[in-house]
Design a protein around this ligand. Structure first.
Ligand SMILES: O=C(O)CCC(=O)C(=O)O
Length: 292
């Protein structure tokens, strides 16, 4: 899928664009099945350790993780992209449909940025009283989670839900046009968040979209994830792309070419190599990931 000129102009003037139905259910299936296998393996491990009394094997992807978390808080964490480094997820980073869209905005020399997450936003009834700023992300600009030396880089966020993202399940809210102001000061309290004194007085839009759609954002676009009032998990993946050669904002983590018109042989297709790069990066502890 290519973006239309109108969509490109909307992105360039609003600082965000919602593109419906970029990925089919079939295209998302390998990533979902891989996550299901990870969840199952972890459930069996905790069950063997006597920390779970029920495996909830019949629960679907939209519910199982929450049922297991309800039984054992240890179930949380460890399911992010750089934690389990799965092959289906690696292939997803280079998905041709996503790259066709990215190429419309960034050109044909594209790298996958290492700021990449899978999020299981639990129903808020499961987490009451336990603030989790990875699940309920407060107002921020994505540039605040990059190092300052990447200021000149265009880093574009690709956010995609693995279930329908609605006001009830906890989609994102976005402040349109504010990206034109550039970086706004952030604070570290309550998650990396825009200084409340500096928060723009702009009516946000609700970025509701169906499974397989894409929310694209400029790195200066303020956004937040609203809470999940439904009884299913709001699964999503957020990726970022930049032009090959630009500073990624995380130079100590692996970026790699995913598309190149000039040097197609430079594209990384070796899953094992990607794993090796991440494992080496994770050995180095104590790096500052956010600007504040
Ligand atoms: O998934 C969410 O609810 C928020 C995600 C987010 O803020 C981001 O990807 O930068």
């Amino acid at each position: 899928m290519r973006l239309t000129v109108e969509q490109i102009i909307t992105y360039q003037t609003e600082g965000y664009l919602i593109v419906p139905d970029v990925l089919s259910r079939e295209a998302l299936r390998p990533v979902i099945e891989e996550l299901e296998r990870e969840i199952d393996a972890r459930a069996r491990r905790l069950y063997a350790e006597g920390k779970l009394s029920e495996l909830h094997e019949d629960e679907p992807f939209e519910r199982r993780y929450a049922r297991l978390y309800d039984q054992c808080r240890e179930f949380a964490g460890g399911l992010d992209i750089a934690d389990y480094l799965g092959e289906a997820m690696f292939r997803h980073l280079g998905n041709e449909q996503l790259l066709d869209v990215a190429e419309c905005l960034l050109g044909s020399e594209l790298s996958c940025n290492p700021i990449q997450h899978v999020r299981a936003k639990l129903p808020s009834r499961s987490t009451s009283g336990e603030p989790d700023y990875f699940q309920n992300v407060p107002w921020h600009q994505d540039c605040a989670v990059t190092t300052q030396d990447s200021e000149a880089s265009e880093i574009i966020t690709f956010w995609m839900p693995l279930v329908d993202a609605t006001e009830e399940t906890g989609c994102m809210e976005i402040m349109p046009r504010v990206f034109k102001q550039g970086y706004i000061n952030h604070r570290a309290e309550g998650g990396t968040t825009i200084d409340p004194v500096k928060l723009p007085d702009v009516e946000p839009i609700l970025a509701a979209c169906t499974k397989g759609s894409l929310v694209i954002m400029n790195k200066y676009t303020p956004h937040r994830g609203i809470s999940n009032r439904s009884d299913i998990i709001r699964w999503s993946i957020d990726l970022r792309y930049h032009k090959t050669g630009a500073n990624s904002g995380r130079s100590f983590q692996p970026s790699f070419p995913v598309r190149s018109a000039s040097r197609p042989e430079s594209v990384l297709t070796d899953w094992a190599e990607w794993r090796r790069m991440w494992q080496a990066a994770k050995e180095v502890k104590g790096r500052k990931l956010h600007r504040v």
